[in-house]
Design a protein around this ligand. Structure first.
Ligand SMILES: Cc1cc2nc3c(=O)[nH]c(=O)nc-3n(C[C@H](O)[C@H](O)[C@H](O)COP(=O)(O)O)c2cc1C
Length: 197
């Protein structure tokens, strides 16, 4: 396989930024379905797919989310066309017969040990949410991920029946032309973060 061309790399990583100021352009439900159809193909351990996504789009749903946001995250979230609650299903192992059918015991790897189930599930749900960000960029959307909110409050408000646990939020939309970006913050250099042995 080839390296993606420069434009694709720009859109996914090199020029992609976290977005806080949104244009008025809305997102069709079909686009959200397309987004999930791509993001779900990212790999997870034993194909466990533990991530769950609630797309907060209506004004009613936004109003329900608002009280749980940290003050600095309120305005941008209220103005974003969609906010995803990226969550984790603690009972994700119940789907293993569908997702990993060639190993009938696979659900028990996760179910028998709450620690392993939660650890592996949460790790893979976080991966799923990260794939969501990259998939969104790949189909021309912009993202603003946020961890600054009351997880327990959101879980009670939105996941009382399902028992899902919120992980982080992702504002989704199209950036405004006027986005006054601060310059990209530094990242660690290869020698600071990596080692080849
Ligand atoms: C999991 C996660 C949680 C974040 N939480 C917040 C937040 O609560 N509020 C906020 O303003 N930015 C938040 N950010 C945005 C980061 O600060 C931003 O993505 C980072 O500085 C990189 O910016 P860049 O993509 O423009 O290079 C979060 C990002 C991630 C990935």
């Amino acid at each position: 396989m080839n390296t993606l061309n420069e434009n694709a790399l720009d859109q996914l990583f090199l020029k992609a930024r976290t977005i806080n100021i949104w244009s008025d352009k809305q997102i069709e439900d079909e686009k959200l379905k397309k987004l999930y159809s791509i993001a779900r193909l990212g790999p997870t351990a034993a194909n466990s797919n533990p991530a769950r996504f609630l797309f907060i789009k209506s004004q009613d749903a936004k109003a329900r989310l608002k009280p749980y946001l940290d003050a600095g995250n309120v305005d941008k979230t209220m103005k974003a066309p969609v906010t995803i609650i990226a969550a984790f299903d603690p009972k994700f192992y119940e789907n293993m017969p569908k997702l990993f059918p060639h190993v009938p015991d696979a659900r028990y790897w996760f179910e028998k040990s709450p620690d392993m189930g939660h650890g592996a599930g949460f790790m893979n749900a976080t991966l799923g949410a990260a794939y969501m960000i990259i998939a969104a960029r790949a189909i021309g959307l912009d993202c603003g991920p946020m961890a600054g909110f009351d997880n327990a409050g959101v879980d009670k408000e939105f996941f009382g029946t399902s028992g899902y646990k919120s992980n982080f939020l992702i504002n989704l939309g199209y950036k405004a032309d006027s986005e006054p970006h601060h310059p990209r913050l530094p990242r660690l250099d290869f020698t600071e973060a990596c080692e080849i042995i």
